[in-house]
Structures are given as structure tokens and as C-alpha cells.
Design a protein around this ligand. Structure first.
Ligand code: FPP
Length: 261
């Protein structure tokens, strides 16, 4: 993906002391960056606010993250918004999140049009409330001919169930005689995951300090570099994004091989 360097420099003017756009190599920007957006509740609680306020503040960070990703010229951005385990939260919080997903998506459609962003969803959308599902399908439809960055939002997503679903699809095809088990390879398996057609993430960023994967993209993260920041999601900004890219660029990615001389 290409980027507009003038818009990029303008976007990253007013830098803090420790990081600036010149600290990253614009020729080695990761293609796909994925996020575990964590810490909305703690952000709110640390301010004596209701957890819901943290989710509402999290929307601003998400919008900034989409814009930063477009400015940097990523091919894909993915974000974990709601896991298959998150249904266990209090009903009031689940309802708020589902409503927030729908209203935010509707509100941000002009941004997706303006920036040529193509929407995708990772997860089982059938279980979502009708309002949310309908807005998601409209978003998919309205951005399907966009040719810019892919923005994949994981909602009602669980990686193990995604893998089981892929195995079941392949087994059903084999049982029907449409596929021989020998034809099942990594490429075909990947094509049966929710992320079909999206390159694996180069960089995973998790906020609020937790060192775990939480059932997120277990297959796709096989060779991904991780960056964990202590910042809560509502405090995540374009500058922390740049720090993560700088850290990523300092790594030696060998993919199981040895360092190139
Ligand atoms: C994690 O914080 C965040 C979530 C489970 C929800 C993610 C939602 C947003 C970032 C809001 C905007 C998203 C969209 C798609 C409009 P947490 O509640 O687990 O925080 P905690 O670990 O501190 O309790």
C-alpha cells in the first residue's frame, strides 16, 4: 500500500520528546498490524468512572488507530473488539458494547468512504443482536468495492472455534467427495479461516500490559512480532503506535531460519 508523505508528516507533527516519524523506516512499515484492545474498564475505574465510560473513550482510540494505519499505508488493520467469552460479562455491559459497535460503525462510515477502507468482520455474526448485525452487513456491503486498507474487526470471535469451523468445512467437503485429504495444506486451511485473503499480522499490539493471547488469531500469529504496552486502550495514540513500529523494526525476523548476512 502506498501513502501520502505530506499528509503523513502533517499527521505526525507535534511529536513528543521520545519519538518522531523520523525514528521509523517508512520503507519497512508492517503490512498488517493487529490489536488486542484491552484496559477500557481499568481506565474508567482508575478515574472513578463507570466501565462503560472506558468503552466510550475507547472508540476515540480506535478511530485514531484506523487513521494512523491509513496514514502509514498498512494493507490491513485488525482489532479484537469482543470475544466468544465476553458474553459472560454483565448483560448491561454486553448490551452497551453491542450498541456501541453499531452506532460507531454507522457514524464512521464517512471516514471509511473518505479513506477507501474496506471492512471485514472476524467471528460468528449470527449470534449478534439484529441491530448490530444489520449495521455490520450494511458496512460490508457499502465498502466492498473499496480498494484501500482492510479493517477487520473481530466480534464474537474465538480462535479455537474458528479453527474447528475450518476443520469442519474441510471435512464436510472431503466427505462429499469434493476434496481429497491430501489436498489439505496450510494455504487451503488459511483460506477457510475468517481471515481468508488477509496476510498474517506482522505485528500484534496489546494494551494494558497483559502477556497473553486470549484465544486471538492462534493460527495467524505463528510468526508475528509482539508489542505489549502498559497504556490502557483509551490512552493509546498515534505516538505509541509509532513506538511499536520502531520496536518492530529493531527486531530480527528470522521465521525459524538464520540471520541473513
Ligand atoms: C477491553 O477492555 C475492551 C473491550 C472488551 C471492548 C473493546 C471495545 C472498544 C475498544 C470500544 C470501541 C470498539 C468498537 C468496535 C466501536 P476491558 O473491558 O477488558 O478492560 P479491563 O480489562 O480493564 O476490564
Amino acid at each position: 500500500m502506498t501513502f501520502d508523505e505530506t499528509a503523513l508528516r502533517e499527521y505526525f507533527s507535534d511529536a513528543p520528546d521520545d519519538i518522531a516519524l523520523d525514528d521509523v523506516d517508512l520503507t519497512r512499515i508492517p503490512r498488517h498490524v493487529s490489536f488486542i484492545m484491552d484496559g477500557n474498564g481499568r481506565w474508567a475505574q482508575s478515574r472513578g468512572l463507570d466501565r462503560s465510560k472506558g468503552h466510550i473513550a475507547g472508540v476515540d482510540s480506535l478511530r485514531e488507530t484506523v487513521t494512523t494505519s491509513v496514514r502509514l499505508g498498512l494493507d490491513a488493520l485488525s482489532c479484537y473488539a469482543f470475544s466468544t467469552e465476553n458474553w459472560k460479562r454483565p448483560q448491561r455491559e454486553v448490551n452497551l458494547l453491542m450498541h456501541l459497535f453499531a452506532t460507531t460503525l454507522m457514524k464512521e462510515m464517512p471516514l471509511f468512504h473518505q479513506e477507501n477502507v474496506r471492512l471485514r468482520f472476524l467471528g460468528d455474526l449470527e449470534a449478534l443482536p439484529k441491530e448490530t448485525r444489520e449495521v455490520f452487513f450494511r458496512g460490508l456491503d457499502e465498502t466492498s468495492d473499496h480498494t484501500g486498507m482492510t479493517f477487520a474487526l473481530a466480534v464474537n470471535y474465538g480462535s479455537r472455534s474458528e479453527i474447528v469451523r475450518a476443520a469442519r468445512n474441510l471435512a464436510a467437503n472431503a466427505a462429499m467427495g469434493n476434496l481429497s485429504p491430501d489436498e489439505i495444506d496450510e494455504e487451503l486451511f488459511s483460506a477457510n479461516l475468517y481471515t481468508a485473503g488477509i496476510p498474517d499480522p506482522d505485528l500484534l499490539i496489546r494494551t494494558s500490559g497483559e502477556m497473553r493471547l486470549s484465544n486471538y488469531l492462534l493460527w495467524q500469529l505463528a510468526y508475528t512480532e509482539f508489542y505489549v504496552t502498559d497504556l490502557y486502550w483509551p490512552d493509546f495514540s498515534r505516538w505509541e503506535f509509532l513506538r511499536a513500529v520502531r520496536s518492530y523494526q529493531s527486531r530480527d525476523r528470522r521465521f525459524g531460519g538464520v540471520k541473513a548476512k
